[in-house]
Ligand binder design. Structure first.
Ligand SMILES: [Zn+2]
Length: 300
């Protein structure tokens, strides 16, 4: 299949000057390769407004044609939009206990009214500070609930990208540690699929630059190449993931990995990249006719 790839980078807006620097450095690196990223931006990091430094970095990124999209509201924890899911629970099983301990506090949030309210705050920040209207949502840590999809649908955000295909991409951490393992799930279709409230879920292929990944450089580079090949067998869209802090953990490694993937695709004449906003605008995130709707997996 003719696959177009998109590099998505999470948690912009969150953290101090060293994280702003990570965004700027990564933007310049990608621009030098003729690429633009989709940045998933936390609109009220820790409940606070963006610093002036963050605002400037976002406006610079926007003006350099990077794509800025919505990533939760405060991102203060991993339960903002639903109970914990894999692969977060695969590397940190204690998420399940943490959620159980706070279940009574958190469940009332997973309602349409609450979801709409928190999304609307994020949309207002984007509009007021950046004059942008997000079209794609990414929930922190992949946590979701049915009411989130209904709220996204009502607010005109037709695309969600939160669920992984390669569940083994963080296996160098946590109880499964030692090395990354290419472990793809069959829980959902590999191409964009229609899910709750007609919102289209665009699955994430995997992540290769999380902290500590540089210690397993050959394994991660091989896995990243294998993943970009594998997604092209069943989807016209391949969503790759990185985080501001993961890249900053070792810039040289992260940029070498990105280059290795680019060279791999280039060598096969398949180096096609676009941002999620560009793909959405072109209709390229719509499910293929043969792609089944997503399964009903959510309890809330
Ligand atoms: Zn995040």
């Amino acid at each position: 299949m003719n696959c177009t790839y998109t590099l998505t980078i999470d948690d912009a807006g969150s953290g101090g000057p060293e994280r702003v620097e990570s965004v700027r450095k990564t933007c310049r690196f990608l621009e030098s390769r003729g690429l633009r990223a989709t940045w998933f931006v936390v609109p009220k990091p820790g409940g606070q407004p963006w610093s002036d430094d963050w605002k400037r970095a976002f406006l610079e990124g926007r003006d350099a044609e990077h794509d800025l999209q919505l990533h939760g509201l405060t991102h203060s924890d991993c339960f903002e939009f639903g109970p914990p899911v894999a692969p977060a629970t695969r590397i940190l099983p204690s998420f399940l206990e943490q959620f159980e301990a706070r279940r009574a506090e958190l469940l009332p949030n997973y309602t349409l009214g609450w979801m709409r309210a928190v999304l609307e705050i994020g949309l207002e920040e984007f509009d007021r500070e950046l004059s942008l209207t997000p079209t794609v949502f990414r929930p922190p840590c992949g946590s979701i609930c049915k009411a989130l999809f209904q709220a996204l649908s009502e607010l005109g955000i037709r695309y969600d990208t939160g669920q992984y295909l390669n569940m083994g991409c963080y296996d160098h951490l946590g109880p499964l540690g030692g090395k990354p393992n290419q472990t793809w799930t069959d829980n959902w279709p590999r191409a964009p699929f229609r899910w709750y409230s007609e919102v289209v879920e665009v699955p994430i292929v995997g992540e290769y630059t999380w902290r500590g990944a540089s210690a397993y450089e050959p394994a991660f580079i091989e896995m990243a190449k294998a993943d970009v090949d594998r997604i092209a067998e069943s989807s016209s869209v391949g969503v790759l993931l990185a985080h501001t802090h993961g890249i900053a953990d070792n810039y040289d490694y992260a940029f070498r990995l990105f280059d290795a993937v680019l060279e791999h695709l280039e060598g096969q004449g398949r180096r096609r990249f676009a941002t999620l906003a560009e793909l959405a605008a072109a209709g390229a995130l719509e499910p293929l006719p043969e792609t089944a709707p997503g399964p009903d997996l959510l309890e809330v």
